[in-house]
Design a protein around this ligand. Structure first.
Ligand code: NAD
Length: 469
């Protein structure tokens, strides 16, 4: 493995030979297959330098994107998309024809969990077959770049598929490179423009040279550190990173549970004290409702299944998952304690998206929490600045939906903060007290409020991970 902290000098053997004839510079054509959170955010960023054509099977999505409108909420994506669609740098389609003229073909299709928890590779397989078929018509030598998160060995298994469907061979007719994605939803544009690192696992020198050139052209002097390794290691880096971060979250949530039983202790201070140790670091050390979204839960699950397939004990990661799974129960129990039972009580849940700045409710911990509260007889109202539509699809009519935070908390017995949206931080304790009326209570599962703010009011306010209710 090579790690270059500076813009990598492309290996000597890969450098183009010096020539005196000056060829006109033609920017590469990039095709992005799969226009979800990863594919569309990446495509919109790349379009500031390259001609990008997005391919997705979802006609509605393609129609919206073609009008410059993102089909989901992602911070900073909307103006970028509008700009590049209007300038013609970014276009999209439902057919694979543009691949025949592409220099780079990214796959960013989904890799969800199957019902048994294993990775479901059907989208990847089907997309790669279509890419192979379209490549048969290509006069170029495109490099296929696997951005989707796939278990180790998957990219290698795609060589045969691409060769079979294109009638070409790896290295001569096309290139292939694993290039896992590390962006975070809600910060996808920022993470793409300024990634912590780029991990590549090329299958041949041509692909290494081409992919590095593409990123050098895109990032220029701001080239992030490059980890240049084998395809299998690249795939492992992605899983190991997600499993580690998820474990960090479950670890601090476990400590939060303990703090809740120790009068005078507060997990927030515990985390701060730990995080100052450079060996630990402060990030992903905030106690909360647990991890959600489209990545951590299904990636850790897939890794567990993969390890078991390899005959390995994955109990450490199984604990990570089970702590996460039971965290909504923990919050529901805390609500019970605060209210002396939730039956017949009005509970306002603020935040439905798994993270702020996204509308994604996939695996959001707010969904199982709400189900539990309803099952225990509470009347639940909810509000999220962006995720109302997604939540309605998940929860249907079992709760009421408010059009703003103030309306949601009005008259409720308890407010539970589930997503750290900035607008919730603006709700003052006096305002909450006025809106909620008698004996207001706040359960701050994201620890967005300074408890000092509530000291002077007749609030019973608590955060997750503290015994003071
Ligand atoms: P997504 O479900 O939001 O988007 C996938 C897109 O692929 C959809 O628009 C779907 O219509 C399209 N698609 C499916 N099959 C297709 C096909 N055969 N041809 C063309 N389009 C097809 O997924 P996502 O969240 O963007 O994730 C994509 C990949 O990136 C996954 O492997 C995921 O694990 C990984 N990843 C996701 C994130 C994240 O934060 N969402 C971060 C890093 C990595």
């Amino acid at each position: 493995m090579k790690v270059s902290a500076q813009p990598p000098g492309i290996a000597q053997r890969d450098q183009p030979k010096k020539t005196h004839s000056v060829k006109p510079k033609v920017d590469p054509v990039v095709v992005m297959v799969g226009l979800g959170y990863v594919g569309l955010s990446t495509a919109a960023c790349l379009a500031s330098k390259f001609h990008v054509i997005g391919v997705d099977l979802d006609k509605e999505k393609v129609k919206l994107i073609g009008q410059g409108v993102p089909p989901f909420h992602e911070k900073a994506l909307s103006p970028l998309l509008r700009k590049h669609v209007q300038s013609g740098m970014l276009s999209c389609t439902t057919d694979y024809d543009p691949i025949s003229t592409a220099d780079f073909v990214f796959t960013a299709v989904g890799t969800p969990s199957s019902t048994s928890g294993e990775i479901d590779l059907s989208q990847v397989k089907s997309a790669v077959q279509s890419i192979g078929r379209a490549m048969a018509e290509s006069k170029r030598r495109p490099v296929v770049i696997v951005k989707s998160t796939v278990v180790p060995g998957t990219s290698r298994s795609l060589v045969r598929v691409l060769e079979q469907y294109s009638g070409k061979s790896l290295g001569e007719g096309f290139g292939l490179c694993s290039n896992p994605e590390f962006l975070r939803e809600g910060q996808a544009v920022r993470d793409t423009m300024k990634p912590s690192r780029i991990v590549i696992g090329p299958f041949d020198p041509f692909s290494r040279h081409r992919v590095l050139s593409l990123y050098r052209q895109f990032y220029g002097k701001q080239m992030p550190p490059i980890v240049d390794t084998s395809p299998e290691t690249a795939e492992m880096i992605k899983y190991a990173s997600n499993a580690f971060l998820a474990t960090k979250i479950s670890f601090i949530n476990l400590m939060a549970r303990l703090c809740e039983k120790i009068p005078g202790s507060d997990v927030k201070d515990v985390a701060e004290g730990m995080g100052l140790d450079p060996r630990i670091g402060p990030l992903f050390l905030q106690a909360g409702p647990g991890f959600g979204g489209s990545c951590f839960p299904k990636d850790v699950q897939a890794l567990v299944r993969y390890m078991r397939l390899m005959g390995l004990d994955a109990s450490m990661l199984e604990s990570t998952l089970s702590i996460n799974e039971t965290q909504p129960d923990n919050i529901a129990s805390q609500a019970e304690r605060m209210l002396g039972g939730v039956k017949g009580k009005n509970i306002a849940v603020l935040g439905l998206a798994f993270n702020p700045d996204t509308d994604d409710v996939r695996e959001s911990r707010a969904i199982p929490l709400i189900r539990k509260l309803v099952d225990r007889g509470a009347t639940v109202g909810a509000y999220d600045p962006m995720a109302m539509e997604g939540a309605k699809k998940e929860l249907g009519p079992i709760i009421t939906y408010s059009s703003n935070a103030r309306e949601c908390v009005k008259g409720s017995d308890l407010v539970i903060i589930m997503t750290a949206w900035e607008e919730f931080m603006d709700l003052g304790s006096n305002e909450l007290a006025r809106l909620m009326g008698h004996k207001p209570r706040v359960l701050d599962a994201r620890r967005i409020y300074d408890p000092e703010r509530f000291v002077t009011t007749h609030f019973a306010a608590t955060g997750l991970g503290t015994a003071e209710v």
